[in-house]
Design a protein around this ligand. Structure first.
Ligand SMILES: Cc1cc2nc3c(=O)[nH]c(=O)nc-3n(C[C@H](O)[C@H](O)[C@H](O)COP(=O)(O)OP(=O)(O)OC[C@H]3O[C@@H](n4cnc5c(N)ncnc54)[C@H](O)[C@@H]3O)c2cc1C
Length: 311
């Protein structure tokens, strides 16, 4: 038996979300005394993350190839637990795999299985949690990024293998993957995030948000209406229908704190809210709050950060 983890594309320095996924899987493998097998597109050394065997296959970003490869490998390696990320690709792959393997799935897990095998996930936009026990022989866990942090795992000597599968009929082909033009810090991996909402009034006012983010070394984010109005790119939109993040510090400027926004950010370690309305709902979720005009507060905060860093 084995624990099987899927990451379609990985580099020598895996992203924070990938390290989290690998060490989460290694932790489960370690607890069950089973080898950890990784299916990925690249042949690189990942022993430090507890990978016992790396199985390589090209074109894993094609859904049909990934599905067939995971089915084949799950059988070959006699996988008892299969783990993938609850990201855009995982959200499409996990239910397909679950149906093909007749395996129970926890979609968007936010915890390691406890001693009884119960895994937690958030429901009602993060307002409640449920604990789920999968009873099928093969268990699939799709892990929410930024939910469990990096686990401590024993280093392994990784064995390498290649997988061959009959190329399936491809119905959707990925022809090009384009990185967003904004080449700043990746939101998913950022420890510090400065986010702004409709309170900023217009896209040309984002300079004060970027100045604070640059001074702090933070990524920028925004509320959904801001992305919908094309004031900011959609990859910056956080919340229920956007990216879910878990930074150490989340500064929300001119964001009201609607439940759908909070769903993506309420796991941040420290939340700072800047809003000119003392009744704004976001203050209830904040660790620190500033009641004030963003256009006055932000330049002062940026100047204070710069002065502190130059000390
Ligand atoms: C199905 C569904 C899914 C959704 N998903 C998401 C999601 O994923 N993410 C998301 O963000 N939203 C989402 N929404 C929208 C959400 O309900 C809110 O409408 C949205 O978050 C509000 O955005 P906002 O806070 O930027 O704007 P507003 O609600 O207009 O708030 C602006 C805030 O700025 C403050 N302000 C104004 N001027 C200043 C100033 N000069 N200085 C300081 N503060 C100022 C105001 O007091 C106010 O609190 C969703 C809605 C639905 C129905």
């Amino acid at each position: 038996m084995s624990v099987l983890v899927f990451i379609p594309h990985i580099q020598e320095n895996p992203s924070k979300a990938q390290v989290e996924l690998l060490t989460y899987s290694a932790h489960i493998a370690q607890a069950q005394n089973l080898p950890l097998v990784l299916l990925t597109g690249q042949k690189i050394s990942l022993g430090a993350y507890g990978v016992d065997k790396l199985v390589q296959l090209a074109n894993l970003e094609q859904m049909e190839t990934a599905l067939l490869a995971m089915q084949t490998l799950a059988k070959q390696e006699n996988a008892s637990t299969i783990i993938l990320g609850w990201d855009d690709f995982g959200k499409a792959l996990a239910p397909l795999l679950s149906a093909k393997l007749k395996a129970g799935l926890v979609a968007g897990a936010i915890s390691l299985p406890n001693a009884e095998g119960l895994v937690q996930k958030a429901v009602f936009s993060g307002k409640a949690f449920v604990s789920i026990q999968i009873k099928t022989a093969i268990k699939i866990i799709a892990l929410m990024p930024n939910s469990v942090g990096v686990q401590t795992v024993a280093e392994k000597n990784t064995a390498f293998a290649e997988l061959t599968v009959q190329t399936p009929a491809i119905r959707v082909r990925v022809v090009n993957v384009q990185k967003p033009e904004h080449a700043g810090i990746s939101l998913q991996d950022a420890e510090l995030v400065v986010s702004a909402g409709r309170g900023l009034k217009a896209p040309e006012n984002w300079g004060i948000v970027e100045d604070l983010a640059n001074a702090l070394g933070a990524a920028t984010a925004c509320s959904r209406p801001v992305a919908d109005a094309h004031w900011r790119p959609h990859h910056e939109h956080v919340g229920q229908t956007g990216v879910a993040i878990r930074p150490n510090l989340y500064i929300a400027v001119g964001v009201s704190g609607a439940i759908q926004h909070l769903a993506g950010v309420n796991n941040s370690k420290v939340i700072v809210v800047i809003n000119n309305d003392s009744e704004a709902p976001f203050f209830k979720a904040a660790n620190y709050g500033v009641v004030g005009d963003a256009f006055e507060v932000l330049p002062k905060l940026t100047a204070a950060v710069k002065a502190f860093k130059n000390q």
